[in-house]
Structures are given as structure tokens and as C-alpha cells.
Design a protein around this ligand. Structure first.
Ligand code: C2E
Ligand code: MG
Ligand code: MG
Ligand code: MG
Length: 280
């Protein structure tokens, strides 16, 4: 009954239908309910070492499952969850859930978890990382936290200290969507990062636009000089995969080698792939 009302309320007040305040209240209520009643789920997208085809881990990606079976994409609800202050709590759930799942994988596989700007700002964040690791027994070295430039810039005063503490715990730190923000070489250098993820907008244009190839080459050079690992996001075609392999031995993630899948599909995926990229 309650779920039914929540769903209808949310549909009735969809943005663009007039009463934005009511729409927000409806969606806010539904988000809180989802957090209490198991309405969130994580999907996992495989990441492979490009040249060898070896599976290296998965990125955990948040989904909101509505009672009627529809799935809401994170880009459609995370901004509101941020605004209403729910992201630290949702993020703590994501951390626990991702670490719990990854603890059951073969030892060499890591899990990447996205961290939002308000999470990074939250005083409870470091504690929620420690708690997730302690509760699940996942070694810190198998957890990679993905942070965007924006999140770092919005928390400039505290970010360096916090990231230093996270590295001291043993977690890895990746700069997500690299190239879409304002990062300069010195910016990247001044934070204790372990990886750069090249945004998929550059990968998409690889075969058509020589400038994209130049950008990828420059990022790989920068990363190598700073001792950072590199992942290329959004690899969709064999041509893109091959061009990347010619540049360097990076990690790749994209629809070509695997879409995000529900946790329940992972065992069969690991069995079937034998830990190798089928497309590579
Ligand atoms: P992201 O961290 O950059 O994640 C990669 C996104 O690209 C995912 O979208 C993934 O499904 C998509 N993707 C992967 N390969 C391909 C490809 O080959 N082609 C195309 N077109 N897309 C591809 P998704 O799952 O919709 O997530 C969108 C964004 O939402 C994420 O971008 C991340 O910023 C945010 N997000 C997702 N889960 C979480 C979470 O648990 N916490 C936080 N704070 N943010 C999250
Ligand atoms: Mg990410
Ligand atoms: Mg990304
Ligand atoms: Mg992205």
C-alpha cells in the first residue's frame, strides 16, 4: 500500500508538471523509503587490462529500482539526493554493499566505488570507509575510490588532508571523468592519486578525431610520469580498443567488454569469462 502511494506520488509530481516543490518532496520521500526498504542495488561493470585481456576488477554503479520494476539511472536521482543531504547515507550503503560483494571475489580483483562531492565533505566519510572495510574484511588495497575533479575543487580545503588519510588507510584513489573539468598538470600532481580515468568523451572520438588521440596520448604520458595507472572509460568498439592498445597498456572499461550487471550475474560471468575479456 505504502509503496503504491509512493510510486504514484512520484509519477504524479514528475518534474515539468508544475509543482516543483511537491515533486521534490515526493521524490525525497521515495528516496528515503528506498534507503530503508532495500530499493537500491549495485550493478558491476568489468574492467580489463587491455593488452592481456585479464580481468582486474569491477566498478560498482548505483541503481534505484522502483516498485513497478523500472530502474532509475544515477544521473537522474543523485543530484536530488545530494541536494537533500541524503548522499552521505546512500554512499555509506554503497560502500558497505560494494565491499561485501567484492570480499567474495578472487583476491586479485578490486572494486571501484564512486564518491560524490557531499560525501567527500561529510565528516563521517572516512569513518564509513573504515567501517565498510572492517565489517566486510575486504583489504583496503582492493578498494578504489573514484573522485571527480569537481568534488575535489568543491572541498579544496579539506580534500588534500582527507585523501591523504584514505591513502594511509591503504585504499586506492582514482580521478574519475578526467578531461571534463579544469584539471591542470599541477592539480593532478598535488593530490595523492593512484589512477586517472580518461572520460569516455575522448574515447568515443578516438577513431574519427586525431585530436582525441593526441589527448589520450598526453594523458597517458602524464600518468606514466607521475606513476599513475590509467583506465579508458566507455570503450564501445574494437577499433577504439585497438587504438588504445597501440598507445599503451592501460585498463579498459566499456560496453565492448562488458555492461554493468546485477550482482546476481557475477558468479556466472566469472565462470564463463575465466577472468578474461571475451572481446579482446
Ligand atoms: P561514472 O563513474 O563515470 O561511471 C561510468 C558510467 O558510464 C556508467 O553510467 C556506465 O554505465 C557508463 N558506461 C560504461 N561503459 C560505457 C560505454 O561503453 N558507453 C557508454 N555510453 N556508457 C558507458 P551510470 O551507471 O549511468 O552512472 C553514471 C554516473 O553516476 C557515474 O559515472 C557516476 O558519476 C555516478 N554514479 C554511479 N553510481 C554511483 C554511486 O554509487 N555513487 C555516486 N556518488 N555516484 C555514482
Ligand atoms: Mg566512476
Ligand atoms: Mg567515469
Ligand atoms: Mg563518466
Amino acid at each position: 500500500q505504502a509503496k503504491e502511494a509512493g510510486r504514484n506520488g512520484w509519477r504524479r509530481y514528475e518534474p515539468g508538471m508544475g509543482d516543483r516543490a511537491a515533486a521534490r518532496r515526493g521524490m525525497e520521500r521515495d528516496l528515503r523509503q528506498a534507503l530503508c526498504e532495500g530499493g537500491f542495488a549495485l550493478h558491476y561493470q568489468p574492467i580489463f587490462r587491455n593488452r592481456s585481456g585479464a580481468l582486474v576488477g569491477f566498478e560498482a554503479l548505483l541503481r534505484w529500482n522502483l516498485p513497478d520494476g523500472r530502474t532509475v539511472s544515477p544521473t537522474d536521482f543523485i543530484p536530488l539526493a545530494e541536494e537533500i543531504g541524503l548522499m552521505p547515507e546512500i554512499g555509506a550503503w554503497v560502500l558497505r554493499e560494494a565491499c561485501r560483494t567484492a570480499a567474495g571475489w578472487p583476491d586479485h580483483l578490486s572494486v571501484a566505488v564512486n564518491v560524490s562531492p557531499t560525501q567527500l565533505r561529510s565528516a563521517a566519510f572516512l569513518g564509513s570507509v573504515e567501517a565498510a572495510l572492517a565489517r566486510t574484511g575486504l583489504p583496503a588495497s582492493r578498494l578504489e575510490l573514484e573522485i571527480t575533479e569537481t568534488a575535489i575543487l568543491e572541498n579544496r580545503d579539506t580534500a588534500r588532508d582527507l585523501l591523504g588519510r584514505l591513502r594511509a588507510l591503504g585504499t586506492l584513489l582514482a580521478l574519475d571523468d578526467f578531461g571534463t573539468g579544469y584539471s591542470s598538470l599541477s592539480f593532478v600532481h598535488s593530490f595523492p592519486l593512484s589512477r586517472i580515468k580518461i572520460d569516455r568523451s575522448f574515447v568515443r572520438e578516438l577513431s574519427e578525431n586525431p585530436q582525441s588521440t593526441a589527448i589520450v596520448r598526453a594523458v597517458v604520458g602524464l600518468a606514466r610520469g607521475l606513476g599513475l595507472a590509467v583506465t579508458a572509460e566507455g570503450v564501445e568498439t574494437e577499433a577504439q580498443r585497438r587504438l588504445l592498445a597501440e598507445e599503451a597498456d592501460l585498463d579498459i572499461q566499456g560496453f565492448l567488454t562488458g555492461r554493468p550487471m546485477p550482482a546476481g550475474h557475477l558468479a556466472a560471468f566469472l565462470d564463463a569469462s575465466g577472468g578474461r575479456a571475451t572481446a579482446a
